[in-house]
Design a protein around this ligand. Sequence first.
Ligand code: KIV
Ligand code: NA
Length: 267
Amino acid sequence: QSRRLTAIDIASRKGGQPIVSLTSYHAHTAAIIDPFVDFILVGDSLGMVMHGLESTIPVTVEMMVLQGRAVMRGSQHALVVVDLPFGSYEESPAAAFRTASRVLKETGCGAVKLEGGRRMAETIRFLTERGVPVMGHVGLTPQSIHTMGGFKVQGKSEASAAAVLADAIAVDEAGAFAMVVEGVIETLGREITEKVSCPTIGIGASSACDGQILVLEDMLGLSPRVPKFVKRYGTLAGMIEEAVSSYAGEVRSRAFPGEANVYKPKA
Ligand code: KIV
Ligand code: NA
């Protein structure tokens, strides 16, 4: 059994071969994607994908811990990064450390991710100095939906681009081992990647980023609506419909269960 990748391994990939990552919240999908990715993110997007919520705001630490454990059980090669949910870390570095240490202890994951730029720099440094590898997340930060006024692409104006760049630099200088750059204009994704020393992981950012991430269900074609930045590599919703429709037909016609699917008495 090969050693699991660590935050240090990911950090060392700056400017090298692109870092591949996907989300998973689930043991069996984690096992399927594990050989192909460098890290798996247990994202708080699970609020939308698994629970049908409209934003990530209601996601709890308990939800993240349960799914984080599932993904750790399902995988053995990739670094597993678990999102800190809204309300569990913003208040103070000490609050963030309490949540992060709980997540590390209870899931066995190798790093946490938190949203925010300059305002979270002190917290990122506090955690990193105390043994918690932190992945940053700048640009479109979904936990700030209420103050951003919706899921909006960031960096369209010069002032907005300068603000996101300052956020990225602050996160980098605070010691993040990598950062997600989400929902920014392409030139800004490229500029951030050039200006920070840690790897950037793009989602709706730029092919120049040091790596890419997508929500697994979105790229598999399982999610009903997806943003422009998602490329669909599969058509799982259609495959599930076909399978379930065959099953329903066979149950109704008594073709299922067949001879192969029932238990016989001893001969
Ligand atoms: O929660 C999530 O899935 C994320 C990624 C989209 C970066 O934060
Ligand atoms: Na997230």
